[in-house]
Design a protein around this ligand. Structure first.
Ligand SMILES: O=C(CO)[C@H](O)[C@H](O)COP(=O)(O)O
Length: 222
């Protein structure tokens, strides 16, 4: 399956948490497609963020767009049902944070969500060979996870190309997402490397004009 239509997913890690509903709605009204929801546990990564209660509050506030949950937590399995109940659309996790990757994918799908697998800059893609056909999304981290506002690591481009080839060779309807340091300036090269789903936190939420920033990203993707 060739590349799917581009999706821009603002990471609410960079939003104003004191007015999260309003800020999230503003990004969606400005042309964003999904909401990227970063969950950090101060164990798998050295930072602490938000959980299922906050996701549920966004749904109650009226956010109906897909919510793309990125679990940077260990262990993974026991928190999956809580995010599904709270209204997650897609749940992604890191293979090294799960005892049994295939079982966790099954758990996410049985809970009614789509499943994604996330690879850090220095994590091998080996396990992808065995589970790619069960996934809805592969997320390539272009920064080390834990903090927003970091610089894009260029070696992520080669990883994106490799995963794009795997998806295309198997003709699978799997999205290829990238996360970390994505801007209107580098998104064209990232799209050319094969990504179709783009997480951007600081570039969108720190921009004066969300709509202009998202439009510039779409223009650069082409
Ligand atoms: O998962 C993340 C960090 O672990 C963030 O989603 C990512 O860094 C996006 O933020 P920015 O666009 O500011 O780099």
């Amino acid at each position: 399956m060739s590349k799917q239509s581009p999706v821009i997913a603002p990471s609410i890690l960079a939003a104003d948490f004191a007015r999260l509903g309003e800020d999230t709605a503003a990004a969606l009204a400005a042309g964003a497609d999904w909401v990227h929801f970063d969950v950090m546990d101060n164990h798998y990564v050295p930072n602490l963020t938000i959980g299922p209660m906050v996701l549920q509050s966004l749904r109650k506030y009226g956010i109906s767009a897909p919510i793309d949950v990125h679990l940077m937590v260990k262990p993974v399995d026991r928190i999956v049902p809580d995010f599904a109940k709270a209204g997650a659309t897609l749940i992604s996790f890191h293979p090294e944070a799960s005892e049994h990757v295939d079982r966790t994918i099954g758990l996410i799908k049985d809970s009614g969500c789509k499943a994604g697998l996330v690879f850090n800059p220095a994590t091998s893609l080996d396990c992808l060979d065995y589970v790619l056909d069960k996934l809805d999304l592969v997320l390539i981290m272009s920064v080390n996870p834990g903090f927003g506002g970091q610089k894009f690591i260029p070696m992520a481009l080669e990883k994106l190309r490799r995963v794009r080839r795997m998806i295309d060779e198997r003709d699978l309807p799997v999205r290829l997402e990238v996360d970390g340091g994505v801007t209107a300036e580098n998104i064209g090269a990232i799209a050319a490397a094969g990504a179709d789903t783009f997480v951007a936190g600081s570039a969108i939420f720190h921009a004066k004009d969300y709509r202009a920033e998202i439009a510039a990203m779409h223009a650069a993707i082409g």
